[in-house]
Design a protein around this ligand. Sequence first.
Ligand code: URA
Length: 433
Amino acid sequence: MRIYDIIHKKRNGEELTDEEIRFFVAESVGSKIKDYQITALLMAVCFNGMTERETATLTMEMAKSGDMVDLSEIEGYTVDKHSTGGVGDKTTLIVTPIVASLGGKVAKMSGRGLGHTGGTVDKLESIEGFRTTLSGDEFLNQVNKIGLCVVGQSGDLAPADKKFYALRNDTATVDCIPLIASSIMSKKLAAGSKGIVLDVKTGSGAFMKSVEESEQLAEAMVKIGKAAGRDTVAVITNMDIPLGNAVGNSLEVIEAVETLKGNGAEDLTTVCVELASNMLTLVTGRDKDACTELAKDAIADGSALEKLKEMVREQGGNPEWIADTALFPKAKHKCEIKAESDGYIEHMDAEKIGVASLMLGAGRNTKEDELDFSAGIILQAKTGDKVIGGETIATLYANDESKFESAVQKFNEAIEFSSEPVEKQKLIYSVIR
Ligand code: URA
């Protein structure tokens, strides 16, 4: 078999066989195929697409290119969630304790933030002492003991994806549905859970800017999950506006705790209950309405907050910080952004707000950048809200005052005002099973 022939075939719009896809993935990981040949094939996929069978085979081969996490020692139904990434997305910190408090077994590997999107691992590390690197045995034992463990991605998980993603990033081949679907799902399949709930974000802060594209991506991922024998559900949610009011690591942990106390922003609470209830339908086999009530009750009776505290304690973190979030260190400086006149917020570009938060020190431009955990943004008003001239619409936090100038400029670029009332946007667009 020759890579040249495989590239030629896909370039001409033909369907690749399972053997050809297997050869491509194995030889790419084994460095027997040149980077320019890999990127030529990925570009041909961008132009000519892949069938469902090709996409499923590509995903499975990418998953099998490294460690496949074995969760068979965990008693009970293992369930995972994945978000395609966004701004202010602290849903893992809220949803996973809800589900674990109701009997789901959540053995979760999360990522770090890069660019305008935040990462759960960074948020958790803003809690004093919290360990996001555990041995395989510690990970499994904790899930058996308390039903919940969230760690950073470790070991050799889907190395084919690492290689392809780096090349895609440099060659304008990221936004291609079969490639995004296989990239995300290869890591989820390798991570081992039986049930997978995908939060596919749509809008200005997401990879997929339109609902139609997001639904196509969601459908592709659900089909892959099913072909691999996993119970897979995708929820299309709004990421045109940052989720909740906080953007930035410890600010988001504090907001997650408030949400688990029942004091969360309406949009954040709604999205979290939707994700948790979809996970619970898989765990319990009960209908969606019953699972929505279960999720709301776990917030109302404090059991989900207790589960988060338990996880923090088990992973070496200081649970006092969850009991009393005033213990999180505060940024030394703040800067308030005020509305110039009366009106309505017509648009709030989530990606630009994510970049403004990054500029304050809450995010990374490169993997090596150090984070300032207490930096970030609290939004006092969001898209659709009425504002009065002089009213504060956002407060920016940083430890380095010199960061405000560029961050304020970026934040202002993100906001558009209108003198007319603005229609509220949908939060949940659809659920694909
Ligand atoms: N996230 C991933 O993990 N892969 C992609 O291709 C896009 C987003």
